[in-house]
Ligand binder design. Structure first.
Ligand code: PXG
Length: 289
């Protein structure tokens, strides 16, 4: 596998980062996860824009332009001869002295991995997921900005541990007020009485690219979208529930904390969103070469 690392395509065995990199020492960095389908990168510009916004928000000066990073991303996919898969783009603060001070790091590092990812077994895309509510809370937006896709994922990983230990594949994370924020790596949607609901970004959700794609599809399907605070009650009494994310794509949820949601089967709206997503993902995007 060829990895893009600081301007060069190198063999996987040569793709190394310093133990003094603050990305590793302090989780000081940002990342993106991007999918490509049929030789086209889905929503590439949006992902790169969000990467630059994340970097800006944590005071990392990107030494490349957004156009250059788009080009590097496509080159990495092409160098690995892939047509379908997942890109992991990581920007770290770079190597520096011990101690939190990011200004002592000389320059940021960036690497791009083009590979594959699978969050949930295939069968769950047809039959739906049974998820839990976990005790691990989302950090307050004033502690860790939810829009920033940072390298601080311990919070989500502890939530994932809870899910796995409870024999579930995913967990709903609440914020400190008890409102639903999102799942460990996906945004959440509900359908109730012909309307689509999703948590506010300010309740601790990532401003997901797939979330935005769902808004577009909702517009086409003529279903109103409402962003507002959501509680577990809303999930329990919803007609339908599904999760979205670049890695997860669109996946139905049929139970929360062992309580059946709606009919207990993926709902009709959910299926329409799944189909709408697949259509866009497989027919649009930036050509790799
Ligand atoms: N919430 C969180 C916390 C995420 O990390 C999403 C929502 C979905 O956002 P997008 O923009 O992808 O629709 C994410 C997505 C990985 C990995 O290993 C990355 C994510 C999720 C799971 C795995 O690269 N990020």
């Amino acid at each position: 596998m060829k990895i893009w690392l600081d301007g060069e395509l190198v063999d996987e065995s040569q793709a190394k980062i310093s133990v003094f990199d603050h990305g590793l020492l302090y989780g000081d960095g940002v990342f993106e996860g991007i999918r490509f389908y049929n030789g086209r990168v889905f929503r590439l510009e949006e992902h790169i824009r969000r990467l630059f916004d994340s970097a800006r928000a944590i005071v990392i000066d990107m030494p490349w332009t957004q156009e250059e990073v788009c080009k590097f991303t496509c080159e990495t996919v092409a160098a690995n001869g892939l047509t379908d898969g997942y890109i992991r783009l990581v920007v770290t603060r770079g190597a520096g002295e011990l101690g939190l001070n990011p200004y002592l790091c000389e320059k940021p590092s960036m690497f791009i991995i083009a590979s594959t990812i699978k969050l949930y077994p295939d069968e769950h895309y047809q039959k739906g997921l049974s998820i839990i509510t976990c005790a691990t809370r989302r950090p307050a937006p004033g502690a860790l900005m939810p829009q920033v896709k940072s390298l601080n994922y311990l919070n989500n990983i502890m939530a994932k541990v809870e899910a796995i230990q409870a024999n579930a594949l995913e967990a709903i994370m609440l914020n400190e007020q008890g409102y639903v924020a999102e799942c460990t790596g996906d945004n959440l949607f509900l359908v109730k009485n012909g309307k689509l609901y999703t948590p506010l970004i300010s309740d601790g959700a990532l401003d997901g690219i797939t979330r935005a794609v769902i808004f577009e599809i909702a517009d086409k399907l003529g279903i109103p979208v409402i962003e507002r605070s959501i509680t577990r009650y809303d999930v329990f009494v919803a007609d339908e529930c599904f999760l979205t994310g670049t890695a997860a794509e669109v996946i139905p949820v049929v139970a929360l904390d062992r309580r059946v949601i709606g009919t207990g089967k993926p709902g009709e709206w959910t299926k329409r969103f799944l189909a709408g997503f697949q259509e866009l993902a497989t027919t649009t995007g930036t050509p790799i070469s």
